[in-house]
Write a protein of this length. Structure first.
Lengths: 213, 486
């Protein structure tokens, strides 16, 4: 049994998005529970990815491959986990705020969070506060993530948080923010719950916000 | 298939034209033929006379045909081998290949623990060699100091004995006299598996220095002749000081210094045709207010660039100089002077760039300067490697696939190239502000110190043969015996 866990974590570490689902299916066939496969296989691999990235032994393109492998495994496991009533990390609603057309940084954070085990609702870019509010009501996420690339648009993150407050939803979600001009101090000023300085840091932060790290 | 297509893949640097180099070359021949040098060595005078030089007492003038013949005999390209057969540590000397390493004989050393300046001692030698062995951009080893705590005649021998087991990168060995040279050679030959094996795969380089202006001393020639007879690749490196022991102008010092070096070349090639010969050395200015030989002056880089081009024009490799400083400590001056001279040296393609890690105008050796310069050399090497332009690197298809507002991080093209296309620093910090604060706001100096400590506590050089260890012991015992009454 431990063999399959090791193979799974290795497949994640090597960023093998075709091998990972095969191994997940093999594990299920052997009668291992989805939760066991996730906790002892996929997450062990992803945690090691985090350690290696922080140490400078892995680089972003490799981490992304690992995140892709993780997502490929989760595609099979998520419905089973939901059906079994297991507690999942939950959803993150992600968007680049109003007036800002930058998409890539936010997408990278999304991929990393997905790799960490979250389900992502990606709202795209130039997202109006109303659209965030509608998505919170519809998807009931644990976290809302906002991104801004420009000093001129970063204030829209504060406006969006305010709008979420006014809609009476602020207590239902954690909010984390990021983007080139943003820093911890600004995040505190606008009342966000967290600030991530890069994509892997963002995924780490998301886990902390839901008490999973 | 493309025709008539010109490629420059590296950064090209050229200071002088062929016309100017021809003038410098002719200037050197003129000095050797009409002014000549003093040679204080009977055997060398005999060798020179027999080869066709005009000998008048100690004054030797060499007709230009003889110099040209000697240049013709010396190889432009050759290999110096690692002692343990590790091909990554071999040095292939040839056009477009710049190598780097420390220098010898500083009286002082920056202590590895306290970072304070103090006399260089025997126990510093293995540490320097280990750091050299571990640093990815340092190619050859010298000790960065003169051992002060052994008999004053045996410093060079103890240095070699301390370096040889602690790095498999080729050592450039200096010595006081031919006895040292013989001891050093005995150690190297033991490891190589005999004299003949050594001649096929030489595992160190011998270093000696003539005196400026225009004197070949007895000791320098004793060592030169020892190296030539045993076919040890040879560096003959003067250290002229512009305005003091050489003309104040760059062109003038280059001509005089080259003449000093080519006197050694002529003797060496007469004795051992085809001996790998590397001309030197350290050419810089006398600072007219402090009277020091400046190791941080821009003129050092310029003079060394001119000398490199002359050496290559004449078909010889060069003993370059860089990575050194006049600063007394690990500070901004040390990094500016060291980095710029390293970069300039890399641009010239000067073959073996030494004195990396010198501080205080060569008075104090520092593994911290050496380690910081390893970073600068990596940086410079990335620039001189240049950019490739081909179907694959132009990435026109990849651009098309990704399209507007996409990203390249997931592309196979990115994954295939990002590790080789980009240079990654070891001690320069690129993290964001928060992470930097979290790690304790470490400066370049802190990180360099940590890297040195990390190398010294974790790096294990490949061992020498057990029989070589016995030879080292024997050589040291015999040497102590020889000098005990002096």
């Amino acid at each position: 049994m431990s063999e399959i866990y090791e193979q799974l974590s290795t497949a994640i570490l090597e960023g093998d998005a075709s091998k990972t689902p095969r191994l997940v299916n093999r594990g299920l066939k052997q009668g291992i529970s989805p939760k066991e496969l996730l906790d002892n296989g996929l997450i062990v691999g992803m945690d090691e990815v985090g350690v290696r990235f922080k140490r400078g032994d892995m680089f972003v393109p490799e981490v992304l491959m690992s995140a892709d492998a993780m997502s490929a495994g989760m595609l099979i496991l998520r419905p089973l986990l939901v059906a079994s009533g297991a507690k999942l990390l939950g959803k993150i609603v992600m968007g680049t705020v109003k007036g800002d057309l930058h998409d890539i940084g936010k997408n990278l954070v999304s991929m990393m969070c997905e790799g960490a085990g979250f389900e992502i609702v990606n709202l795209g870019f130039n997202v109006e506060p109303d659209v965030f509010i509608k998505a919170i009501k519809e998807h009931q996420p644990a976290i809302v993530g906002m991104s801004a690339m420009l000093t001129t648009t970063m204030r829209a993150m504060g406006h969006t948080i305010k709008a979420i407050e006014e809609a009476g939803l602020r207590e239902t979600v954690k909010v984390f923010v990021g983007g080139a001009p943003v820093d911890k101090e600004f995040a505190d000023t606008i009342g966000a719950d967290g600030y991530g300085s890069n994509a892997p840091g963002g995924a780490e932060l998301a886990k902390q916000l839901v008490g999973a790290a | 298939m493309r025709g008539n297509y010109t490629v420059n893949s590296g950064v090209r640097f050229r200071m002088l034209t062929d016309d100017q180099l021809q003038e410098l070359y002719d200037g050197v021949l003129h000095v050797l033929e009409y002014t000549g040098l003093e040679v204080h060595h009977e055997e060398s005078l005999e060798i020179l006379k027999k080869a066709g030089a005009w000998v008048d007492g100690n004054r030797v003038r060499i007709p230009s045909y003889l110099v040209r013949k000697s240049l013709e005999l010396a190889p432009r390209s050759f290999t110096v081998f690692s002692r343990d057969g590790n091909p990554e540590n071999n040095i292939h000397i040839g056009p477009g290949r710049a190598h780097f390493g420390p220098g010898p004989t500083c009286p002082n050393f920056i202590d590895i623990e306290s970072m304070d300046r103090r006399p260089y001692i025997k126990s510093d030698v293995p540490n320097v060699a280990k750091v050299v062995d571990a640093l990815p951009n340092v190619d050859f080893c010298e000790s960065l100091g003169t051992v002060n705590d052994v008999h004053h005649d045996l410093g060079a021998l103890y240095e070699f004995a301390g370096m040889f087991p602690n790095t498999s990168k080729p050592i450039v060995a200096w010595s006081y006299d031919k006895y040292d040279s013989a001891g050093i050679h005995e150690i190297a030959v033991a490891e190589a598996g005999g004299q003949e094996a050594f001649e096929h795969r030489p595992n160190y380089i011998h270093y000696c220095e003539p005196l400026s202006p225009l004197v070949s001393t007895g000791e320098a020639l004793d060592k030169l002749i020892f190296a030539a007879k045993h076919r040890i690749p040879l560096i003959f490196t003067p250290c002229p000081i512009a305005g003091g022991t050489a003309p104040v102008t760059a062109a003038g010092i280059i001509i005089q210094g080259a003449a000093e070096s080519w006197m050694g070349l002529t003797i060496a090639q007469a004795l051992q045709p085809g001996l790998p010969f590397i001309m030197g050395g350290v050419f810089s200015v006398m600072d007219m207010s402090s009277m020091i030989l400046s190791y941080g002056a821009p003129e050092l880089s310029l003079m060394m660039a001119g000398l490199t081009e002359l050496a290559h024009f004449a078909g010889l490799p060069l003993w370059q100089t860089g990575g050194c400083t006049d600063s007394k400590t690990f500070d901004e001056q040390a990094i500016i002077e060291g980095s710029l001279s390293v970069y300039f040296s890399a641009l010239t393609g000067g073959d073996l760039c030494h004195d990396v890690g010198y501080t205080e105008s060569a008075m104090t050796g520092s593994v911290f300067q050496l380690t910081a310069m390893d970073e600068a050399i990596g940086y410079a090497r990335r620039i001189t490697r240049g950019i490739d332009v081909n179907e694959d690197t132009m990435a026109v298809d990849v651009i098309n696939n990704v399209g507007p507002n996409g990203h390249y991080l997931r592309e196979e093209h990115t994954r295939r190239h990002y590790k080789t296309e980009f240079w990654y620093p070891n001690i320069c910090d690129r993290r964001n502000y928060e992470e930097w604060v979290e790690e304790g706001k470490k400066t370049m100096k802190d990180r360099t110190y940590a890297r040195v400590q990390d190398i010294l506590s974790t790096h294990k050089p490949s061992p020498i043969k057990p029989e070589t260890e016995k030879v080292i012991e024997k050589v040291l015992v015999e040497a102590e015996e020889r000098v005990k009454n002096s």
